[in-house]
Design a protein around this ligand. Structure first.
Ligand SMILES: [Zn+2]
Ligand SMILES: [Zn+2]
Length: 387
């Protein structure tokens, strides 16, 4: 067993204790105050230079090696979700309606683990390792705010590594691929404004429900008629609200949805077509509309040479590697990759034939994975600084 893996196994109880503490007190995006305090206490204890309140609740720890060299970053996301936990484990969530249902408690524990392991190699390290604990990965793009607060500077980061626990890949196997791995994400809302009236006299009204239903269907044609079938694209409308009565035509209908693509070209095309379709349909019915896109996430694109580095580090640690299918899910890790070279991979925690999905109130994982992820991250950081 490699030295790194041995240390990671030695500190396993600590990793579990840290993970369970985060799990017990989950906090949602930009509210990770307790989480932030815990992380900074541990990093202080290890002897790192610690910065707190980066992008509100973010924490950054810096480990300087004995000689000058490059700087590599390991990133963990900190936020939990508005999900009720159904698990009955002793460390189940104590914060009602909030749960670490996406495994970010595990990510933090593994990056802390890598900090503990690497601090023992301080003398052999040429360069620095930056440990980035980032708030608000889910939907709000905390990564971008961290970048704005200079997380990739002082010292300038040369490469960044991140991982996600993945219940869709066998336990202990990593899934990684060069180029795109996760989709771009754009959420949108549409308001269709008609003219309310009596259900028995629709000719005197403009029923926004009819307009909305046409828009709903027409938006689904974009991926067949405007996007090359070889370019993955998903457009999902997930919410439609309007009207409360049997016989009252409402004034307006609100719709919400998300779309995912794998290139800026497709992303821009979808936006353009959405606008044209909604405008055309609304106009033809005499309705008005507003279309609003929330700030989205770019495509997660892995640097090929860093992928090779992760694969060889995994081999060194006897970790199996597969090249998985792309995911239409998205990751704000992509913001770091727009600035510097980076690699993002999945660490399998699948044990059952029908695993429980991320974001489900029953999600949990076998904590034997924590030393695996810890050693992998530590090994990747060392391998990069040796290059
Ligand atoms: Zn998630
Ligand atoms: Zn996640």
């Amino acid at each position: 067993m490699s030295e790194i893996r041995k240390i990671a196994e030695e500190i396993k109880d600590r990793l579990i204790q840290v993970r369970r503490d985060f799990h017990r007190y989950p906090e949602i995006g930009f509210q990770e105050k307790r989480t932030s305090k815990k992380i900074s206490e541990i990093l202080d204890e290890i002897g790192l230079d610690v910065k707190t309140n980066v992008a509100k609740t973010g924490v950054v720890g810096l480990l300087n090696g004995s000689c000058k060299g490059k700087t590599v970053a390991l990133r963990a996301d900190m936020d939990a979700l508005n999900v009720d936990e159904n698990n009955t484990v002793s460390y189940r969530s104590r914060n009602k309606g909030i749960m670490h249902a996406c495994g970010h408690d595990g990510h933090m524990s593994m990056v802390i683990g890598a900090a503990i392991v690497l601090s023992r190699f301080k003398r052999q390290i040429h360069g620095s390792v930056k440990f980035i604990f980032q708030p608000a990965e889910e939907n709000i793009g905390g990564a971008e705010v961290m970048i704005r607060h200079g997380v990739l500077k002082y010292p300038q980061v040369d490469a960044i590594f991140g991982l996600h626990l993945w219940p869709y890949i066998n336990f202990g196997t990593i899934g990684i691929r060069s180029g795109a791995i996760m989709a771009s994400m754009d959420n949108f809302s549409i308001i269709v404004k008609g003219k309310g009236g009596h259900g028995a006299m629709p000719h005197a009204a403009v029923n926004p429900l009819i307009v909305a239903s046409q828009i709903f269907q027409a938006l689904q044609t974009i991926k067949n008629h405007n996007v090359n079938a070889l370019n993955p694209c998903v457009i999902s409308i997930c919410s439609i609200n309007g009207g409360i009565s049997y016989n009252v035509i409402p004034d307006e209908v609100k719709m919400k949805g998300t779309f995912r693509t794998f290139s800026d070209h497709t992303r821009n095309k979808v936006k353009k077509r959405m606008l044209e379709i909604i405008e055309g349909i609304a106009k033809s019915f005499g309705a008005k509309y507003t279309l609003y896109f929330e700030k989205g996430y770019p495509v997660t694109i892995n640097n090929a040479s860093l992928v090779k580095l992760v694969v060889s580090s995994a081999k060194k640690l006897d970790v199996r590697v597969i090249q998985p299918n792309l995911s239409m899910g998205s990751e704000d890790f992509s913001f770091y990759q727009k600035e510097i070279q980076g690699v993002y991979f999945w660490l399998g925690v699948k044990k059952d034939k029908n695993p429980i999905a991320l974001h489900n109130g029953n999600f949990n994982f076998d904590e034997d994975i924590l030393p695996v992820g810890t050693s992998l991250l530590a090994e990747c950081a060392l391998a990069f600084l040796r290059r």
